[in-house]
Design a protein around this ligand. Sequence first.
Ligand SMILES: NC(=O)c1ccc[n+]([C@@H]2O[C@H](COP(=O)([O-])OP(=O)(O)OC[C@H]3O[C@@H](n4cnc5c(N)ncnc54)[C@H](O)[C@@H]3O)[C@@H](O)[C@H]2O)c1
Length: 421
Amino acid sequence: MSPSQSTPLDSYAMACRQLDDAAAHLDIDPGLLERLRLTEREVTVNFPVKMDDGTLKMFTGYRVQHNDVRGPFKGGLRYHPDTDLGEVRALAMWMTWKAAVVNIPFGGAKGSVQCNPKKMSRGEVERLTRRFTWSIASIIGPERDIPAPDVYTGPQEMAWIMDTYSMIKGQTTPGVVTGKPLELGGSLGRFEATGRGVVIAAARAARHLGRELENMTVAIQGSGNVGGVAARYFERAGAKVVAMSDSGGGVYNPQGVSSAKALACKNQYSCLLGREVAAEDISNEELLELKVDLLAPCAMEGVLTEANAAKVRAGLVVEGANGPTTPEADAILADKGVLVVPDILANAGGVTVSYFEWVQNLQNLLWSEEQIGQRLEEIMGKAMDEVLAIAGEKKVSLRTAAMILGVNRVAEATKLRGIYP
Ligand SMILES: NC(=O)c1ccc[n+]([C@@H]2O[C@H](COP(=O)([O-])OP(=O)(O)OC[C@H]3O[C@@H](n4cnc5c(N)ncnc54)[C@H](O)[C@@H]3O)[C@@H](O)[C@H]2O)c1
């Protein structure tokens, strides 16, 4: 497998390009660089699910394990009709660097199933989740590879994974997944962790620009786990959320959009409606080009591209989503003087509190919400400081600086371990 063989959706090529940009600042042996570029294991499974109407339907799922040199593989599980192996490879690689940037002893992995859960019943999603878990059970486990929620999966899917895995093993094994419901060993603060971390990163970045979040205007793409929670925390920090969106489009009001109302609307109608939240309806494309202080893409990858980056009017972009900015867009934004806080730093709150959840599961401990919040602030704050220092010293973007920090940690750990057998 090489970057040139990656799929037309160029997430993996994009991830490799970011790796090369960082490697240019590091003294890495070419063989080692090749090792870091390649994934360690890629599993594709085709599996049957009995649908509600009695028919049998085949689904395809992936689990890609990029690197476990610093600790067990770790990464989310996505349910999406457009997912493919190239996307999952990239997402797995980004997980490796992300865990290293926040200095947490995990490697990187990712999984996905090609499906549209919005068009499936709860029973169908449960059967799909359980059969997929069964199909990959031999390569996951609390000391091996620990999935977590990602796009269109959440605590309920994690509960089914935990239950299926526990049944296979003959013993209750909460540590096999993170992002579980609290009743099953989930951690306080895990649901909020990624969105909360986005706001911690945004606050530090704003301060770096000589500003505070208070009164800053914010546009958020995506109002799921990451975007929805980030909106609440931005409001708590005194920022004014003026636009939010989901896959169907967005809403905008320069005087502010109440995140509580927007999320209630989404709950009731499964979409955002301007008339319900006293705002104007806008498209996702328009949201990205709004005149705001801060733009937080919190949905899918590849939304800021060569085609629209020049039209971004925000001075600060904080990436809640993984891979929302292509390398071409990165260059355009840098030229315009837009500060981009990269995904592997900005959304690392999720993996950080996942680590807390895993540690609590392995030790049968329960930490308080206060402990979790405090440790999250410390870890995210330290990573932000380290990345800002590298960016200043080497005169590189925050993305390249974060990659330098993460890749170097993985490279050093790899050298120390050596090759066996
Ligand atoms: N959940 C986590 O802990 C976590 C951690 C780190 C990074 N991420 C990343 O954050 C992003 C969002 O994940 P999530 O967990 O919030 O998922 P989610 O399923 O909870 O929410 C996804 C949101 O994106 C919207 N969306 C989907 N397709 C869209 C499109 N084409 N245009 C605009 N909006 C669209 C959906 O309507 C929804 O509001 C993904 O890139 C994911 O990999 C998630």
